[in-house]
Design a protein. Structure first.
Length: 387
């Protein structure tokens, strides 16, 4: 096993990163690759078009890369005995008890049947509890009634994250609990909502707000001092850009939604972080979990949890589960690597077989569920740089 990256490989990595940065492309980028003690970081571009340069400690909105951190926080409470992976969540979340399930996903809200069984934490972390995003709903010519109802409640669970509109946790979970499930618990994989519910569950189990759960169980013990649900110093936040036919459009400015304490600590897409903090989180999983998790919990978190029938009825598009499964809050690939990406421009991949960590942070939102070329190409370049 090599112990460092090749010079040729690092030059290629730099050239690929530089080729994607510039006006009309990606305004700024920070990428980290690590193999054992060898760490290489690329810092390119601007935080805001025409503004200050990106820095290594720039805090990016990591969107769905929040999910594995939430999973680790919940599993830390399992380690403490405050939660159990396979017991019903009803006692702590009575709003989610005695569920009704839609007769058909796109059907009227009133046409339901009883849930076959209660929801568990395992269901939440594997995204199989019965509610969330599926490819079918975005192909519908008209919004499904349950999608329209979720939007009316400002849950920000089907679509991009929006801390500016989400209500406080008790109101959020009450709103979700007022809706029927889209599928039976355990029936199929449905994206996003599971780790939002897991955050509310963790907060009630620990009897503190979810941001405190994350800080005391994960980011604090690991020294992830730049990972939080809002920025203490908005000057470290880049502008979030959305690509449009006319060019990049501002989606969230530095003094926008992530510059103040939110009402709802979104366990699916709420965090800000840096490449070095995400590297520390990856290092914890590679090292067996200490001081956050046990080796057994790390194995569960980083192993594919889905049955063949669940993989066959899920995903964010055709073929989504062809070469991957889902662990706890993250994808698990056929080669044994794991991690997850964020639609605001982040990717985070841990490869235990190669002892390789690859992190790419940008402020350009994804245009589809497929990773943009910069993320795919830098991951391939990181592997090649091992020599």
């Amino acid at each position: 096993m090599p112990t460092a990256f090749t010079e040729t490989g690092l030059r290629r990595l730099h050239d690929i990163a530089a080729s994607h940065v510039g006006e009309g492309r990606i305004p700024g980028l920070v990428a980290l690759i690590a193999h054992g003690d060898a760490v290489h970081v690329e810092v390119l571009g601007e935080q805001t078009l025409g503004g200050p340069p990106v820095r290594r400690d720039t805090q990016f909105r990591i969107a769905s890369t929040t999910k594995p951190i939430t999973a680790a926080a919940a599993l830390a409470l399992v380690r403490e005995g405050l939660l159990d992976l396979d017991r019903p969540i009803d006692k702590l979340l009575p709003e989610m008890s005695d569920r009704r399930v839609l007769r058909r996903p796109d059907g009227p809200l009133e046409e339901t049947v009883p849930a076959d069984r209660p929801i568990t934490l395992r269901d939440l972390l594997t995204f199989t509890f019965g509610f969330g995003m599926v490819f079918d709903m975005f192909m519908s010519p008209t919004p499904w009634p349950v999608v329209a109802a979720a939007e009316a409640l400002s849950l920000a669970t089907i679509g991009p994250p929006d801390p500016a509109v989400q209500p406080a946790p008790d109101a959020w979970i009450a709103g979700l609990g007022s809706l029927p499930l889209i599928a039976q618990p355990g029936e199929r994989w449905m994206y996003n909502t599971g780790t939002q519910v897991a955050g509310v569950l963790a907060a009630r189990a620990a009897r503190v707000p979810f941001d405190d759960v994350v800080r005391t169980r994960v980011t604090g013990p690991l020294g992830m001092t730049d990972t939080a649900f809002w920025a203490d110093d908005p000057r470290r936040l880049p502008t979030a850009y959305m690509p449009t036919p006319g060019g990049l459009s501002v989606h969230d400015p530095p003094d926008g939604a992530w510059s103040r304490r939110p009402r709802f600590f979104d366990g699916s897409a709420g965090l800000l972080s840096t490449v070095d903090d995400l590297h520390k989180f990856a290092g914890m999983l590679l090292a067996g979990g200490g001081p956050v998790l046990t080796p057994a919990l790390v194995r569960e978190m980083t192993s594919g949890q889905l049955r063949p029938d669940q993989r066959a009825r899920g995903g964010l598009g055709p073929g989504f589960f062809d070469d991957l499964s889902w662990g706890f809050g993250q994808a698990v690939h056929a080669d044994g690597s794991f991690g997850w990406d964020g639609g605001f421009g982040s990717s985070w991949r841990v490869d235990p077989r190669r002892d390789l960590v690859t992190i790419v942070l940008t402020q350009r939102m994804w245009e589809t569920s497929e990773p943009p070329a910069v993320h795919r190409e830098l991951l391939a370049a990181a592997i090649e740089a091992l020599g």
